[in-house]
Design a protein around this ligand. Structure first.
Ligand code: ATP
Length: 621
């Protein structure tokens, strides 16, 4: 059941609640580091230098301060001045390093984010089918992957360096503290263990909650975009549905906020507890150091070093724990990114690949052989054993009631899904054996739900074949074929006119965007399909539904000319438009129930004859 949604490996890539296994964490971290390195090697090297220096400077400051305090009276003024200057210089470096680190980190983040998003959408574009895009869980994962890809990849490197730098800092301070008090060292280090465990638990909670919030957030954005969309503005105003959508949007936001509150409460409790623990340890240490100094066991310099070391170890430890928790959280998010990247092809080709590019144009025709299809395991059958032959050069029309399965059949021909059972043969070759992009290069299509792009008129046509972008003559020819050239030529900037009121073309002050009528948009969609001048199969799914009677007549004349000698499949509810097809096929409840020419089907006096008569009677006085 390839292509069937419930069978899709991309769908099974987890619930978002999975644990981060050490292997998955390693793979995610390695990918992030290599991606960041390839994006900005110089900035990454700079960050490493800053991290190492950042780890060494505080320890150096503490040691030098101790020397200064202990030798206040014992050494020459010049030596003391040198030491003091050393402390001051290290202080300056310490002050500058965070800014430099932040600058380099931001640059690295941006470069890595760009590369990560590029890679993500290269993979998304490689999904040949539609099933994943119809799967809400996959949409959630994709959203998480988008945000992880654009914001997290570079941060993983930064966090890794912070962990390494923090680790070095901890080692330095631990050694310094150990010299003065091994017991205290043990205490401070031991206090970090519960902090580490608590922070890990928190980061898992944060990642789980981010996953749970993601679908609420998607719905919130959906309602927001509805409320601000031009397409929805008419109906929302006419039906006064604005408040309804607003409340829905706020409900989703409240649901997400409730989830966030849960995490925030846990953070408050955990971090307060850790703060108390750390205050107790450092307070106890201070009391011990003061008493020891009074008894002469510690010098003044020792006390200063001790205080600096306790604060330093605690600070470095809590920084390290925080960085580890951040890294853990980032890797959990990155897991979604890796899952999308590793989802694999959604339409896996079986063994025995056949390259259509190496074959000549269609010779015999396309055959659907006992094709069964349903959209998922629990869904009803949409096609039930369809056998249909589209002979080369013939115009076949597909008619039937709403929901009969006509558009579904077209989607299978384009291989947006694979048949659940049965096969589709292109000159005898199962189309599952053909690389999907090679199959699509042989097709021209206008879909029932064609797109209106917020792009210029020329770009709207060129989407059909982007190579035509720099070829105005080709765009104009396609537009003429579709009968929309005159309309476009009269727009303020002709083919460069922005067909949008959302975006300006180039100059933000340019107010010359235009909107087309429904029928004009439909003709533009036809022009898009006409850019492919030699498709082996032309699919027209309701190509004239939005046109007035004369325009429809005109378009069908053009289509007839365009279809001549081409293999075409035309779907239309307007039976007058299909009567001259070589063969008319009636689909009812997923089965082919009638097949023949217009005259034959009228003679047969079945569904087609009934539908045709009902429509024809509508035009009688
Ligand atoms: N993406 C989808 N997921 C689940 N079910 C779907 C999907 N698309 C269509 N269906 C279902 O498949 C059945 C056939 O739909 P299809 O769009 O193929 O019918 P149609 O014959 O083209 O109808 P119409 O004449 O109204 O365009 C319908 O019952 C519909 O609900």
């Amino acid at each position: 059941m390839k292509g069937n949604r419930s069978e899709d490996p991309g769908r099974r890539t987890g619930s978002g609640n999975e644990q981060l296994t050490p292997r998955a964490a390693f793979v995610a971290a390695r990918s992030a580091v290599s991606l960041a390195w390839r994006s900005a090697p110089a900035h990454m090297t700079g960050l490493v230098v800053v991290a190492v220096a950042g780890a060494g400077v505080p320890v150096g400051v503490a040691w030098l301060t101790r020397l200064v305090l202990d030798r206040l009276t014992g050494v020459s003024g010049t030596a003391l001045l040198g030491l003091a200057l050393g402390v001051a210089l290290l202080g300056l470096v310490a002050a500058l390093l965070p800014h430099l680190g932040q600058y380099l980190g931001t640059r690295l983040n941006r470069a890595a984010g760009l590369r990560a998003v590029n890679r993500l959408f290269t993979v998304v574009n490689s999904f040949g089918g539609l099933a994943r895009f119809e799967d809400p869980r996959f949409q959630d994962r994709l959203r998480m992957a988008q945000s992880a890809g654009s914001q997290t990849v570079g941060r993983v490197v930064e966090t890794g360096l912070r962990i390494a730098g923090g680790g070095l800092g901890v080692v330095g301070f631990v050694i310094a503290l150990f010299v003065i008090s091994p017991v205290m060292t043990g205490l401070v280090v031991a206090a970090a263990v519960p902090a580490l465990a608590a922070e890990f638990r928190l980061s898992r909670l944060r990642a789980r909650s981010a996953w749970r919030i993601s679908s609420a957030q998607r719905r919130e954005f959906f309602y927001q975009s509805l409320l601000s969309s031009l397409d929805a503005a008419k109906e929302i105003r006419l039906f006064a549905a604005g408040d309804f959508f607003k409340h829905r949007m706020l409900d989703e936001r409240r649901a997400a906020d409730a989830e966030r509150r849960l995490v925030e409460r846990r953070e408050l409790v955990t971090q307060s507890g850790l703060a108390v623990l750390s205050a107790l340890v450092s307070g106890g240490g201070l009391v011990w150091a003061v008493l020891a100094a009074r008894q002469g066991r510690l010098s003044v310099g020792d006390v200063s070093m001790f205080v600096a070391a306790v604060v330093g170890v605690q600070g470095a430890m809590s920084g390290l724990v925080g960085s580890l928790a951040d890294g853990h959280h980032q890797l959990l998010l990155l897991n979604h990114y890796m899952a999308v990247l590793g989802a694999g092809p959604d339409l896996p080709p079986p063994a025995g690949l056949v390259h259509l590019d190496t074959l000549p144009a269609l010779r015999r025709g396309i055959e659907l052989r006992d094709v069964w299809f349903r959209y998922g395991d629990g869904c009803p059958w949409v096609l039930r054993g369809v056998n249909l032959f589209l002979p080369r050069g013939a115009a076949v029309a597909l008619v039937g009631h709403n929901g009969a399965g006509k558009s579904t059949l077209v989607k299978l021909l384009c291989r947006f899904y694979d048949p659940t059972r049965g096969e589709i043969l292109w000159d005898g070759v199962d189309i599952r054996r053909v690389p999907v992009h090679e199959l699509r290069r042989r097709l021209g299509a206008v879909f029932q739900d064609y797109m209106n792009y917020d792009l210029t008129a020329g770009e709207n046509i060129a989407v059909g074949d982007v190579r035509a972008l720099g070829d105005p003559a080709k765009l104009a020819t396609a537009a003429r074929e579709a009968g929309v050239h005159d309309v476009v030529a009269k727009l303020p900037h002709g083919y460069d006119t922005m067909l949008s009121r959302l975006f300006a073309a180039g100059d933000a002050d340019d107010d010359t965007g235009a909107l087309l009528s429904g029928g004009q948009w439909q003709r533009l969609a036809l022009a898009r399909a006409f850019l492919r001048t030699e498709p082996d199969l032309l699919i027209l799914d309701e190509p004239s539904s939005g046109l007035d009677a004369e325009a429809e007549y005109d378009i069908h004349l053009r289509l007839r000319r365009y279809r001549a000698d081409r293999t075409s499949l035309l779907i239309s509810h307007r039976l007058g438009a299909v009567r001259d097809a070589d063969r008319i096929v009636v689909l009812a409840d997923g089965r082919i129930t009638e097949e023949g020419s217009h005259a034959e089907l009228l003679d047969a006096d079945g569904t087609y004859a009934r539908l045709f008569t009902v429509q024809a009677n509508g035009y009688q006085p």
